[in-house]
Write a protein that binds this ligand. Structure first.
Ligand SMILES: [Zn+2]
Length: 137
């Protein structure tokens, strides 16, 4: 996809996707990499930061990855990040650990925290695929 196609897709589909994923009340901004530095440090194609208590999130897309996406792959990636937004409630646990654990313990906690989130999101992706199948999409 081109950046233009990505922007067009988002303008047409993001609101519907949010509603589909139970995030209609959220304010979700999608950006094409905040800065050159942000784009360069990206290891992944997308990343999300979310504040559960304010129902706000930002999905940063790496424009360098767009040419690798088909429309369906891009849509699945957006869905993946939307599922991560639900996981942001666990930020409370992360904040607690950040304050109360030693650096060494926190580093291990952080790895496990991220791994567990990814596992939960992947599992939910399986669920959403089944739902899609039921509705004949
Ligand atoms: Zn993920």
């Amino acid at each position: 996809m081109t950046k233009k196609e990505v922007s067009k897709w988002l303008a047409k589909n993001l609101e519907r996707k949010q509603a589909e994923f139970g995030l209609a009340d959220w304010r979700i901004a999608v950006t094409h990499g905040a800065s050159k530095e942000a784009v360069d440090r990206f290891l992944t194609c997308m990343q999300v930061t979310a504040k559960f208590q304010y129902q706000r999130a930002q999905i940063e897309c790496n424009p360098k990855s767009y040419e690798r996406y088909t429309v369906t792959e891009f849509e699945r990636s957006i869905e993946h990040e939307l599922l991560h937004i639900h996981m942001s409630a666990f930020q409370l646990v992360w904040n607690f650990a950040d304050i109360h654990l030693s650096r060494k313990a926190f580093d291990s906690f952080d790895l496990l925290y991220n791994r567990a989130q990814e596992m939960a999101v992947r599992s939910l992706e399986g669920f959403t695929q089944k739902q899609r199948g039921k509705h004949g999409e």
